[in-house]
Ligand binder design. Structure first.
Ligand SMILES: NC(=O)c1ccc[n+]([C@@H]2O[C@H](COP(=O)([O-])OP(=O)(O)OC[C@H]3O[C@@H](n4cnc5c(N)ncnc54)[C@H](OP(=O)(O)O)[C@@H]3O)[C@@H](O)[C@H]2O)c1
Length: 204
């Protein structure tokens, strides 16, 4: 399985605004790239924190838009097998799998239990994805899940879009990654829209 993390941050490393409120950091060019990357992935993964705040659809919407059967599997990691009933990730536009810390049922999603100390055992959760035939995984955050995946050595590539903004307040990568120490391998750096896309390899 090949796992790519994709995140966007401000110049001061923040991934959202004050109180964690969502901020649009990607411009149009980066959004097109994100949708193309989703379309090229077998699964798109977020944590429950991102569902609660951003309420993403997680479908691939490049132009032309792939049909439902070609949409990536939407995956949510959460310790409790519960999501808001109105969450967009539970709509019928694509399949959804909840990787939970305990067994349960959620209307509109499959639930797989992979209990672990921090909620979900992420290595076991990744095995479940592999068993479902998933080869290319795109992780779209948030910072808590990404930090856990990096700590568990479950990431191959890290893509960071840096927007030319300073937010001054809000959750940051520095805070989420505190205690981690990793040397990444710079691969590419590209000007994209008003920002910069940097890709790193994450060595084992
Ligand atoms: N700029 C970006 O690229 C980007 C991307 C995504 C999100 N965001 C922002 O990030 C903020 C949300 O951050 P977040 O860190 O709460 O989101 P998150 O990482 O998506 O979700 C964290 C949640 O994942 C669940 N989880 C279960 N097992 C886990 C494990 N082993 N390791 C880690 N997480 C596990 C937990 O949910 P339970 O409590 O249910 O167990 C945990 O609270 C929002 O402000 C959002 O706007 C920014």
């Amino acid at each position: 399985m090949h796992v790519v993390v994709n995140m966007a941050a401000s110049l001061d490393g923040r991934v959202a605004g004050p109180g964690g409120q969502p901020v649009q950091l990607s411009g149009e060019a980066d959004l097109r790239r994100v949708h193309a990357l989703r379309a090229a992935s077998d699964a798109v993964v977020v944590g429950a924190g991102t569902v609660a705040v951003d309420d993403p659809r997680l479908t691939a919407r490049p132009d032309p838009r792939p049909p439902r059967e070609a949409q990536p599997l939407r995956v949510v990691v959460t310790s409790q097998p519960q999501l808001p009933a109105q969450a967009r990730v539970l709509d019928d536009t694509a399949d959804t799998l909840v990787l939970a810390g305990q067994p349960g049922q959620i209307a509109g999603a499959d639930v797989h239990a992979a209990p672990g100390e921090a909620g979900v055992d992420l290595a076991q959760a990744w095995e479940e994805l592999a068993e479902r035939g998933v080869e290319d995984v795109m992780v779209e955050g948030g910072p808590t899940l990404v930090a856990s995946l990096l700590a568990a050595d479950l990431v191959d590539r890290f893509m960071l879009y840096t927007a030319p903004r300073i937010l001054g307040e809000g959750p940051s990568l520095a805070a989420a990654f505190e205690g981690l120490s990793l040397e990444l391998e710079p691969r590419t750096r590209t000007a994209l829209g008003e920002g910069t896309l940097t890709t790193y390899g994450v060595p084992p």
